[in-house]
Design a binder for this molecule. Structure first.
Ligand SMILES: [Zn+2]
Length: 251
């Protein structure tokens, strides 16, 4: 059973349901879940804006959020994650053009992942790692490549999450060797190899092999079903899926 759940259950049993402590306990738990839902939705909104601006060749710092069609500046009250999209029924306030569900899916998806991940694993760093991984998956699906600064960011957080100087040094040497081989005979995208290094730092070699195996099997099944065996495949989403399966099984 999840260690965190055991701790929470013990705390819960110690609290008298008729005492004020019970309401404090429930309120605190509820507040934490709402807090992480809100943080996740804000990050989802930021990720959607970042992706949109990167796709349009704009800087995230260049200008205030605007409608892609009429270029009008979006009001602050229309930037509230999830609710603004629902309130405006997915349309721009000014030109009434359809915004599309991407931003809404990002906001809701990140919110649910932050809520679920924190409830299960109780780690803010892991939440940040998962958020960056999801962003990289979106980039990989859309562009078949990923921006290096986000990989670097993920690498730094993976070292913070699970720092082991000796093993990390060995993983980096292994990564350099594989990158060299891959440079001459390209089998994987460079982003995929970077992502596998990060998975090794966060987990270990055995779990990473399981993740790659799960990701490869699911990827192969998708390619066979869609009859696209020769197509270039975004592999990071499949690695992320494998990682999510492994961490859920381990819990
Ligand atoms: Zn507009």
């Amino acid at each position: 059973m999840n260690k965190h759940l055991i701790i929470v259950s013990r705390q819960f049993l110690r609290v008298n349901v008729f005492s004020s402590d019970f309401f404090v306990f429930i309120s605190r738990r509820f507040f934490m879940l709402v807090y992480f839902f809100i943080i996740g939705s804000i990050l989802g909104s930021f990720a959607a804006a970042l992706f949109s601006r990167n796709s349009n060749g704009e800087s995230i710092l260049s200008a205030r959020s605007h409608c892609d069609y009429c270029k009008k500046i979006i009001l602050f009250r229309d930037l509230i994650p999830i609710f603004s999209y629902l309130f405006l029924t997915g349309k721009c306030r000014y030109c009434k053009r359809n915004i599309g569900p991407f931003t809404f899916i990002c906001e809701l998806g990140f919110a649910l992942i932050w809520l679920t991940s924190y409830s299960l694993f109780h780690s803010v760093i892991l939440n940040i790692i998962l958020s960056i991984m999801i962003y990289l998956s979106i980039e990989d699906i859309s562009n078949k490549s990923v921006h290096f600064p986000y990989i670097l960011c993920l690498f730094i957080f993976s070292l913070i999450y699970n720092f082991n100087p000796l093993m990390d040094f060995i993983y980096i040497l292994f990564y350099l060797l594989i990158s060299l081989i891959n440079h001459h005979k390209e089998m994987l995208g460079s982003g995929d190899i970077d992502f596998i290094l990060i998975l090794m730092i966060i987990n270990n070699v055995i779990d990473t092999l399981k993740i790659v195996l799960i990701g490869s099997c699911v990827c192969l099944i998708c390619l066979v079903l869609t009859n696209k065996l020769r197509a270039r495949v975004p592999f990071i989403p499949f690695l992320l899926l494998g990682y999510l399966i492994i961490i859920c099984i381990k819990k």
